[in-house]
Ligand binder design. Structure first.
Ligand code: SF4
Length: 498
């Protein structure tokens, strides 16, 4: 494998454009400066990033005025920063030559560059964090055209979106003519018909410009219907023959490239036309999610007016777009239970999917109070990691409260939960009769019975403790495992772990 050394020095110039068309038309000139990357972020994504408190200061530092689009232009090399900064000067000159002087924000520190790239990388998920039933739908986001046609291609595609009463959000690799655009469609209503109409027109246009319908990522079920012309009849026939030879049972990736299904086959949709939610009265206020968003203007309706029969709870669950960020192990918190069990059921995504099925009556008759929901949520430790780190802000800890309330309303509170919930009420009394819980440690089998009945681990002890320094962690009297101490009042405590 031919490896390349990571460049020692990088600088980033953020070109601010008053129109999307100008940004696209400039890409072919900017690439002549030999940048290592030219990446697009459009107005919709700028606005969505600015609505995220973590991203707002980062994106603000890159903006000059109120641009309709920005291009992140990176220069990198082994030469010292001065050389790279000189290339930034040439970028500023070029922008001046095309009538946009003073439109380049210079990002020269490594940390600021890293932060801005993080915002760009989070672009897709920022985009998917739109509230309302209309979501950016992926089916033409991999089209690529030669750079000289990029501005015209994006303008014509924007016009097509407009004809279908929507708009697209654009981002990604302007330097190579691949723009990840996803028109906003409501797949529960008329989205499927619009999707096909847009795909047909986009496919014809990409062919006209001698581009590629599937320019960067895989073809998948959604795009396979549209890529046959790229390969031609002989190659397509060869694909089918090779597939039949190596996979006579058609078990591996059925429907991809060879014999694809129709892209608008509703049986493949997560939210098919006529998707229904079961009426549910939540305990918490979810009205902020119960909105609709105009796909063209981006204006949201008032909270509570989105027509959700679950008061916005289902829409909050549906914010999960299955991106799988909760399965990562590299950094952050989300999701600790999955990191231990490695079971999809215990990811934020697995939980959201279980809740979605329960709220839409697709869980074999179980609702939110059912056993499947309990099993999926049981190991969620309510750490709020997902609320902070999930790109679409799924707050599973809050959703878990709703499921627990539904279960308690149907079955009442189990003894183990009462024991913990009412601890502050009885801890002062129990601390005066410390011999009673101590029996659990002394009587053979008592701890095991306690584990079965109350869910308190038999290996842990539940002895009352009188200690003025209650908020420290101490060793359990019967094991070497450090125990957290739950305090009731200033000088009294009962220790529990379970
Ligand atoms: S709150 Fe629950 S679902 Fe979210 S990261 Fe923590 S354990 Fe995972």
């Amino acid at each position: 494998m031919k490896l390349a050394r990571l460049p020692a020095h990088r600088v980033l110039g953020v070109c601010n454009f008053p129109s999307f068309y100008q940004a696209m038309a400039s890409a072919q000139h900017i690439v002549k400066l030999s940048p290592t990357a030219v990446e697009l972020v459009d107005r919709t994504m700028i606005d969505l990033a600015r609505s995220n408190p973590a991203f707002q200061p980062i994106i603000d530092a890159a903006l000059i005025g109120a641009p309709e689009a920005i291009l992140l232009v990176e220069f990198a090399g082994e030469d010292a920063g001065g050389t790279q900064r000189a290339r930034l000067d040439r970028l500023a000159e070029l922008m001046g030559d095309i009538g946009l002087p003073g439109a380049v924000a210079r990002i020269t520190t490594a940390q600021a560059q890293k932060d801005l790239w993080e915002v760009r990388k989070a672009g897709l998920n920022i985009m998917m964090s739109m509230k309302g039933d209309g979501k950016p739908v992926s089916f033409i986001e991999d089209c690529a055209v030669p750079l000289e046609h990029l501005a015209q291609y994006t303008q014509r595609l924007t016009e097509i979106f407009r004809e279908h009463g929507t708009q697209g959000t654009w981002y990604a690799h302007a330097s190579v003519g691949t723009l990840h655009v996803r028109p906003i469609l409501d797949m529960r209503r008329d989205g499927a018909a619009k999707m096909r109409a847009i795909a047909e027109e986009a496919s014809a246009m990409v062919r006209e410009y001698k581009g590629a319908y599937s320019g960067e990522h895989g073809d998948g079920i959604c795009r396979s219907e549209w890529v046959a012309w790229q390969f031609g009849p002989r190659l397509n026939q060869a694909f089918a023959e090779v597939k039949a030879l190596f996979d006579p049972g058609n078990r591996m990736n059925p429907g991809k490239i060879v014999h694809p299904p129709k892209m608008d086959d509703a049986s493949l949709f997560r939210f098919p036309p006529g998707y229904r939610r079961e009426p549910f009265a939540p305990k918490l206020d979810w009205s902020a999610w119960d909105v609709q968003r105009d796909p063209v203007t981006g204006v949201e309706t008032a909270p509570g007016t989105g027509g959700d029969v679950t008061g916005g709870l289902a829409k909050a669950v549906e914010m999960c777009n299955n991106n799988g960020h909760c399965r990562k192990f590299d950094a952050g918190t989300m999701c600790p239970s999955y990191r231990v069990t490695r079971d999809e059921q215990h990811t934020t995504r697995g939980r959201a999917n279980t809740l979605r099925l329960a709220l839409s009556g697709q869980l074999d008759g179980e609702d939110l109070s059912g056993e499947s929901v309990r099993a999926a949520l049981d190991l969620c430790v309510s750490c709020k990691g997902c609320k902070r780190e999930c790109p679409t802000g799924v707050d599973m800890a809050k959703l878990k409260i709703e499921a627990a309330a539904a279960r308690a309303a149907r079955n009442g509170l189990p003894l183990s939960e009462r024991l913990v919930a009412f601890l502050p009420r009885y801890a002062p009394i129990v601390s005066r009769i410390r011999w009673l819980p101590a029996l659990r440690e002394r009587l053979p089998g008592a701890a095991s019975i306690g584990e079965r009945w109350l869910g308190l681990a038999a290996k842990r002890c539940a002895r009352p403790s009188v200690n003025p320094r209650l908020r420290t962690t101490r060793k359990c009297c019967c094991s070497s495992i450090p125990l957290p101490i739950i305090s009731s009042r200033k000088t009294q405590a009962l220790r529990f772990t379970y």
